[in-house]
Design a protein around this ligand. Structure first.
Ligand SMILES: NC(=O)C1=CN([C@@H]2O[C@H](COP(=O)(O)OP(=O)(O)OC[C@H]3O[C@@H](n4cnc5c(N)ncnc54)[C@H](O)[C@@H]3O)[C@@H](O)[C@H]2O)C=CC1
Ligand SMILES: O=C(O)CCC(=O)N[C@@H](CCC(=O)O)C(=O)O
Length: 486
């Protein structure tokens, strides 16, 4: 029983699917997908539950969301373990994902109150009131790289605002989704308030196309996000929030502490085996001896990064990629860049057939004249040597994406110059460009998003404002308008 519809666990009626531990290919979950009819049933259930959920009021909704937080706390170790098993990420890292899921509750409540909520102001003979109402029934689409934290980042604010949800997780991480729903069930969420439909693209398509949705909150690839954007063209009444990928630049300029710079570069490019939308993909290093020395230090550190299974002891820095297919895709991306004129500094290799284990790669693509503006979603960092800062910024901006960007430089002046010119939603200085805070908005421009930033600003797309001018009784104004007599 792997679909959760109207408060009941039911079997999928579609075709067989499995989820595998990508570090050893062991099947850890199997089921059948939800059919389009089951997707319809899930949307109907969400619609039936929505008004009552909204009318419960914020405090009652919050009590259930708080009960979910308690469940997350009590099952934190299990959540971290299931995420690690299903994604291949090491346990030290999935423990931080489980903590982020817990932290999301408090942050979402703060955001609800700050960004939406309820305000009143006195006006002559009455008051102006601002309230927010939920959109209604919304679909949440999740990616595989943060299968708990990122869907949670849409679901929690959506529920707090009074929406009901149909959750379609990544087909690569169904077991994490199932565990999340079991915890919501234990928290006492009324039937129909969240529904889970598991499956592949067909399930996603059936859900996204459902006419009864009031909104769709998506975190995933730019390719799928663009398809959804086209699909929602001509539907101004529906809210579409797209959190997509990036081809993120990191520039190094005039850094004294090169060891610290190497650390920030590694944390930016290789954490989660490069499977974060915020990961640095392109590294800009000044031409000359200083740049050569930095690259030498970086290459040496990259070669020493430990890669291993999610539960290996001692823990590796990088776990497995999500699948063997993803690992092979990275080898292919590297071959493509080499064929275009790239020069390998550290070769990315597929470590073990049948698994997603790859070693990190570093490639100098300075001589590639037509560098593909692609997000290679894995641990392969492209190096580009530059002559002056303006050139570096111009190259950094030459992407259709605009999610994250960073500068490692000891001069504040350089940072101000960079900040004014770089085009991205997350811009960091002397800090890694991954690991964004949930207390800040999170989103990108260009092909990275549609100006519906998530994290702290998720509250914004979970409700719409209702402005009212109100008085307790009907009364005549002190002065009638000219030309009126009653
Ligand atoms: N900006 C952000 O906040 C983040 C963006 N990402 C991006 O997500 C990507 C990795 O995640 P994936 O799971 O591979 O993304 P994906 O786009 O392949 O899948 C995301 C979801 O969409 C569904 N889907 C795929 N095609 C569909 C279609 N035609 N119609 C309806 N649904 C469809 C999938 O089944 C899945 O549930 C990377 O590109 C990464 O940069 C990941 C995390 C955060
Ligand atoms: O949503 C939040 O609370 C903050 C955003 C966040 O956690 N970003 C992470 C993951 C992004 C990704 O999936 O690739 C990050 O910046 O590393």
């Amino acid at each position: 029983m792997t679909q959760f519809i109207k408060g009941q666990w039911v079997a999928g009626l579609g075709h067989d699917v499995t989820s595998k531990n990508p570090a050893n290919n062991e099947v850890i979950w199997s089921s059948k997908t939800a059919t389009p009819e089951q997707v319809n049933a899930a949307v109907d259930a969400a619609r039936d539950a929505q008004f009552d959920w909204f009318m419960l009021g914020f405090d009652a909704r919050l009590a259930i969301v708080e009960a979910y937080r308690t469940q997350l706390e009590e099952h934190k170790a299990e959540i971290a373990e299931v995420i690690a098993q299903e994604t291949g990420k090491p346990q030290w890292e999935t423990a931080t994902e489980a903590s982020a899921m817990i932290g999301k509750i408090g942050l979402s409540v703060a955001a609800y109150n700050k960004r939406t909520g309820h305000t009143e102001n006195d006006i002559p003979a009455g008051r102006a009131v601002l309230r927010h109402k939920p959109h209604g029934v919304v679909a949440v689409f999740g990616p595989y790289n943060f299968p708990g934290h990122l869907p949670n980042g849409h679901i929690v604010p959506a529920l707090l605002a009074g929406n009901t949800v149909i959750f379609k997780p990544s087909e690569l991480t169904p077991k994490v989704a199932e565990l999340m729903l079991k915890l919501w069930e234990k928290a006492g969420l009324p039937a129909g308030v969240i529904n889970l439909v598991q499956g592949e693209i067909e399930t996603g398509k059936a859900l996204a196309a459902h006419p009864q949705l009031d909104g769709l909150f998506f975190t995933g690839s730019s390719r799928t996000g663009h398809i959804l954007h086209q699909q929602y063209a001509g539907e101004p009444g529906k809210i579409l929030a797209l959190e997509m990928g990036g081809n993120n630049p990191l520039i190094v300029k005039g850094v004294e502490n090169t060891k610290a710079a190497v650390h920030d570069i590694i944390q930016s490019a290789y954490i989660s085996s490069g499977q974060r939308c915020t990961c640095a993909r392109r590294l800009y290093v000044e031409k000359g001896a200083q740049g050569d020395a930095l690259l030498e230090q970086l290459a040496s550190a990259v070669k020493r990064i430990k890669v291993g299974a999610w539960n290996a002891q001692p823990q590796p820095f990088m776990g497995s990629m999500i699948s063997e297919v993803a690992a092979k895709g990275m080898v292919e991306a590297q071959t493509n860049l080499l064929n275009l004129g790239g020069e390998s500094l550290v070769e990315l290799t597929h470590l073990e057939a049948g698994t997603g284990l790859v070693s990190p790669g570093l490639i100098d693509v300075t001589r590639v004249s037509e560098l593909p503006d692609e997000e290679y979603f894995g641990p392969l960092l492209q190096v580009i040597r530059y002559s002056d800062f303006d050139e570096a910024i111009k190259l950094a901006n030459s992407t259709r994406y605009g999610l994250s960007a960073g500068l490692l430089a000891d001069s504040r002046e350089d940072y101000d110059y960079f900040l004014a010119r770089i085009r991205a939603g997350i811009v960091n200085w002397n800090k890694q460009i991954t690991g964004a805070s949930g207390a800040a908005p999170f989103g990108g421009v260009g092909a990275s998003g549609n100006h519906r930033a998530s994290a702290f600003y998720a509250a914004d797309y979970c409700s719409y404002p209702v402005s009212s001018v109100e008085a307790d009784v009907v009364s005549l104004p002190a002065n009638l308008s000219p030309g009126l007599s009653l």
